[in-house]
Design a protein around this ligand. Structure first.
Ligand code: NDP
Ligand code: MG
Length: 392
C-alpha cells in the first residue's frame, strides 16, 4: 500500500527583537504559516511581559532578555520546560547558534544584533536581517561570515527584499543601477521653513508605515533612505553611483532595478512588512498570502515618482557622501544619527539638530579607514561620544 508523502519539516525560527514592530509582524507571519514555520527562540531587551506572552502563545522553549533585571523578573514566570539564556549579548548569541535553529531573524534596533548575527552565520544558520544598522556598520564582515559558512543572507528591509527578488536569475554585471523608493516620511510635503519647529509627535506621524520610533524619525529625516542606500551597496555589491532613491508616496513599488539593456524590473506589494518577512522566512519557496489582502490592480489609481529633495533633507546627501568616502564614514554616519535621534526623541535636540550633529561628526571623524571589526566598533564608539558632546 502506498504511504502518504510526509510533509516537509518546518523551518525553525529564532526571533531577536520579538517584542518590536518587526517582531510583531513576524509573529503574524508565523501564525499564518504554522505548517511551514516553527518559533523556537525569542529575545528582547527588557519587555518581560510581552516576551513571556509570545513564549506561551507559541510554545517557545528558548528565551533571552538583554537587560539583567528584566531577565531576573522573567525567571520567576518562565513557562514549564522553557530555558532562559544569559542576559546581555551572550544570551542573544546562544539563541542565534542553537543547534535546533534553521533561520535567525535579527530585528533588534541599533547595532546590538551585530555579534549575534555574525554568530548565526558562523554557525551556518540562514540570517534574515531587518536591522539595517548592522550592515551599515559592518557589512563587509557580515558578508564575509556568510560566504565562509555558506549560510544565506536574506534581506528583510522591504526595499532590499524587493531588490533581492528582482535580481533572481540575473548576473551582477547586468545590473546598471538599483533605485529604492521612499515614502518621503512625515515631512514629505512640509516647506523647509516649517522643519525647524517639527515636534516628536509630528515626526512620528508616518503617512504609510507603522514602525518603531527610531526608524520612523529616520523616515522623517530621510536618514532611513540614506542608511538603505549604504545597505544596498553592501548587500548587492554596488558602486555608490549605482544606488539611487526616489520619492514614491504610495509605498507600493519598493524598488526598481535597471539593467544594462535599459529594462527595469519593479517589485510591488502592499506597504506591510509581513510581505518581505514572509518572503525571507519561506525562501526559496513562495507561500500563499498569509496575513492580509494582496494588491488589487483594479483599485490602484496612480503610482507617482518624484526626485528626493536633498536641500530639505540633508541626511540623504550626507549618506551618499559617507558611502562615497567609504572607510569608517558609514559607521560614523550611523552612530551620529542614532545618538541625535535618541536626543530628539527625548526632547534634548530640535529636529534640524539631527543633520547638524551628523554633519559635524562626519566632518570630525569620517576620514578613518574601516579596518577590522574592533577598529570599526571603535569608530562607532568614538562617533557616539563626539555626537553626544555636541548635544550637551
Ligand atoms: P522597535 O523599536 O519596534 O523594536 C525593537 C526591538 O528590539 C524590541 O523587541 C526590543 O526589545 C529589541 N531590542 C532593543 N535592544 C535590544 C537589545 N540590546 N537586545 C535584545 N533586544 C533588543 O524597532 P523596529 O521593529 O521598528 O525595528 C527593528 C529593526 O528593524 C531596526 O534595525 C530597523 O531599522 C529595522 N527595520 C524596521 C522596519 C519596520 O517596519 N519597523 C522596516 C525595515 C527595517 P524591547 O521591546 O524589550 O525593548
Ligand atoms: Mg526599508
Amino acid at each position: 500500500m502506498a504511504t502518504a508523502p510526509s510533509s516537509p519539516r518546518r523551518k525553525r525560527v529564532i526571533l531577536l527583537g520579538a517584542t518590536g514592530s518587526i517582531g510583531e509582524n513576524t509573529l503574524r507571519v508565523l501564525r499564518a504559516h504554522p505548517d511551514a514555520l516553527e518559533l523556537v527562540g525569542v529575545a528582547a531587551h527588557a519587555n518581560t511581559g510581552k516576551l513571556l506572552a509570545v513564549a506561551r502563545e507559541f510554545g517557545v522553549r528558548h528565551l533571552a532578555l538583554f537587560d539583567s533585571s528584566a531577565a531576573a523578573a522573567a525567571r520567576e514566570e518562565l513557562p514549564t520546560g522553557a530555558t532562559l539564556h544569559a542576559p546581555g549579548v551572550e544570551g542573544l548569541e546562544s539563541l542565534a547558534t542553537l543547534p535546533e535553529a534553521d533561520v535567525v531573524l535579527v530585528a533588534v534596533v541599533g547595532v546590538a544584533g551585530l555579534r549575534p548575527a555574525l554568530a548565526a552565520l558562523a554557525a551556518g544558520k540562514d540570517l534574515a536581517l531587518a536591522s539595517k544598522e548592522i550592515l551599515v556598520l559592518a557589512g563587509a564582515h557580515v558578508l564575509a561570515a556568510a560566504k565562509k559558512s555558506g549560510a544565506r543572507l536574506l534581506p528583510v528591509d522591504s526595499e532590499h527584499n524587493a531588490v533581492f527578488q528582482c535580481l533572481q536569475g540575473h548576473a551582477h554585471a547586468e545590473v546598471r543601477r538599483v533605485v529604492l523608493t521612499a515614502s518621503g516620511g512625515a515631512f514629505r510635503d512640509w516647506p523647509a521653513e516649517r522643519l525647524a519647529d517639527a515636534t516628536v509627535a509630528d515626526a512620528l506621524r508616518h503617512p504609510n508605515w507603522a514602525m518603531g520610533p527610531k526608524i520612523t524619525v529616520d523616515s522623517a529625516t530621510l536618514a532611513n533612505k540614506g542608511l538603505e542606500l549604504i545597505e544596498a551597496a553592501v548587500l548587492f555589491d554596488l558602486r555608490p553611483e549605482q544606488c539611487a532613491a526616489v520619492i514614491h508616496p504610495q509605498s507600493i513599488v519598493h524598488c526598481l532595478v535597471e539593467f544594462t539593456d535599459g529594462a527595469m524590473l519593479a517589485q510591488l506589494c502592499p506597504p506591510s512588512m509581513t510581505f518581505p518577512i514572509q518572503h525571507a522566512l519561506l525562501h526559496p519557496v513562495r507561500g500563499p498570502v498569509g496575513t492580509e489582502t494582496a494588491l488589487s490592480l483594479e483599485r490602484l489609481l496612480t503610482l507617482e515618482f518624484r526626485p528626493a529633495d536633498e536641500s530639505r533633507f540633508p541626511m540623504l546627501r550626507l549618506a551618499r557622501d559617507a558611502l562615497r568616502s567609504g572607510g569608517a564614514a558609514p559607521a560614523v554616519y550611523n552612530a551620529a544619527n542614532e545618538v541625535a535621534v535618541a536626543a530628539f526623541l527625548s526632547g534634548r535636540l530640535p529636529f534640524l539638530g539631527i543633520p547638524r550633529i551628523t554633519e559635524a561628526t562626519l566632518a570630525a571623524l569620517a576620514a578613518a579607514p574601516a579596518g577590522d571589526l574592533p577598529a570599526i566598533l571603535a569608530a562607532d564608539t568614538a562617533a557616539r561620544a563626539f555626537a553626544e558632546q555636541q548635544i550637551c
